[in-house]
Design a binder for this molecule. Structure first.
Ligand code: PMP
Length: 363
């Protein structure tokens, strides 16, 4: 730390992303099951577009990108049966979340579970927001009643399915929480919704305090392009734009805007990939249970699993030795678990073989 860093930020503990080995830079090529990326490439339409983008207006890098992100907003709105005014596009959903915390969290407290996406507490710390951190129950469920009687104004932030656990809340429960917070924003982070959950987008006509955040990083295989989005009432989207135009108007580059539109347009490929991942998830969950693991029921593209006889950290290290990267969190409630991203069926077969070898050696 330099002596110039603002004193208010001196204690900030930043988010730690999962390992991103750079193959070709002398690092081994791993089966990468640690950051919930999609094992399949983006839509063939994205690949074709990338190939000829240099000749298209969208590829003209001498020009700034569209600060209103009209092309992807049109496609996203059409996908959800909404209007473009209901859609905001950002540089990954991390950026959308960052702007939303600023726009709707300042002056309030922010409530979210103790086991969830670790970035929520980082944004709160970055902006100096008060937090109400609500423990999940012993089975890692969100208890809706914890969010129904706010004692002071609070923005509620829930990942649904929840990050790290993969557990999902039905829309009826989200409605209760929305109704309990008529004067506060309820942010539903749907990063993993496309793997079996149900989007709250259908609730937008009834709830002006609903903000949905999604990403093209997972179900549309565009993690490297950095495109996230928000769905909300036009006034709410306008608020996000006020913050964005006060911060970084050209927040998404031209190429990513074009690729995002193409990816969302290709519904067939999207459906095919998510089906394959959901099938591989069930295969993996069953395989791990057969090996004696407790596997939390997941509607995301990952599973959280623990084995009574092997510590999470050991499993993580042993798998890495065998060329498979998973995620282990050194956090009190989930230290025994590993989080395993769902890859292709073949990758998951290799994972299960490696896990059973490790169990034979160490259990
Ligand atoms: N929300 C949740 C719950 C996530 O797990 C992630 C991925 N780390 C994100 C948001 C951010 O994804 P991205 O910035 O790639 O859109």
């Amino acid at each position: 730390m330099s002596r110039f860093l603002s004193a208010e930020l001196a204690g900030l503990v930043p988010y730690t992303p999962g390992e991103q080995p750079q193959s070709g830079a002398g690092e081994p090529a791993y089966i990468k099951l640690n950051t919930n990326e999609n094992p399949y490439p983006p839509s063939p339409a994205v690949r074709r577009l990338m190939q000829d983008l240099a000749d298209k207006p969208a590829g003209q890098l001498r020009l700034y990108s569209d600060p209103e992100a009209r092309e992807p907003r049109r496609e996203i709105a059409a996908f959800y049966g909404l209007q473009p005014e209901n859609v905001y596009v950002g540089n990954g959903s991390d950026e959308v979340l960052a702007l939303a915390f600023l726009a709707f969290g300042k002056g309030r407290q922010v409530a979210f579970p103790d086991v969830t996406y670790a970035f929520y507490s980082v944004y709160a710390a970055l902006y100096g927001l008060k937090t109400r951190i609500v423990p999940l129950d012993a089975d890692f469920n969100i208890q809706p009643t914890d969010y129904l009687q706010p004692e002071r104004p609070e923005m509620v932030v829930l990942a649904n399915p929840n990050a790290i656990t993969g557990k999902n809340l039905p829309l009826t429960v989200l409605e209760q929480i929305l109704q309990a917070h008529p004067n506060d924003m309820v942010l539903i982070d749907e990063a993993y919704v496309d793997f079996g959950g149900e989007s709250a987008a259908a609730l937008l006509p009834q709830y002006e305090n609903l903000l949905i955040v999604q990403t093209l990083s997972k179900s549309r295989s565009l993690a490297g392009a950095r495109v996230g989005l928000a769905l909300g009432r036009p006034e709410v989207i306008a608020d996000l734009n006020t913050i964005k135009f006060s911060f970084n108007p050209y927040n998404v580059n031209r190429i990513s805007l074009a690729l995002a539109a193409a990816a969302v347009h290709d519904k067939e490929y999207f459906a095919e990939c998510r089906q394959k991942i959901m099938a591989a998830r069930e295969f993996t969950a069953q395989g791990l249970s057969d090996l004696g693991f407790e596997v939390l029921p997941s509607l995301a593209n990952f599973v959280l699993a623990r084995h009574g006889k092997v510590a999470g950290s050991l499993l993580y290290r042993e798998l890495k030795e065998r060329g498979i990267l998973v995620r282990w969190f050194d956090e009190p409630r989930i230290r025994d678990f590993v989080r395993i991203t769902i890859g292709t069926h073949e990758e998951m077969q290799r994972l299960l073989v490696a896990v059973s070898e490790i169990l034979q050696e160490v259990a």
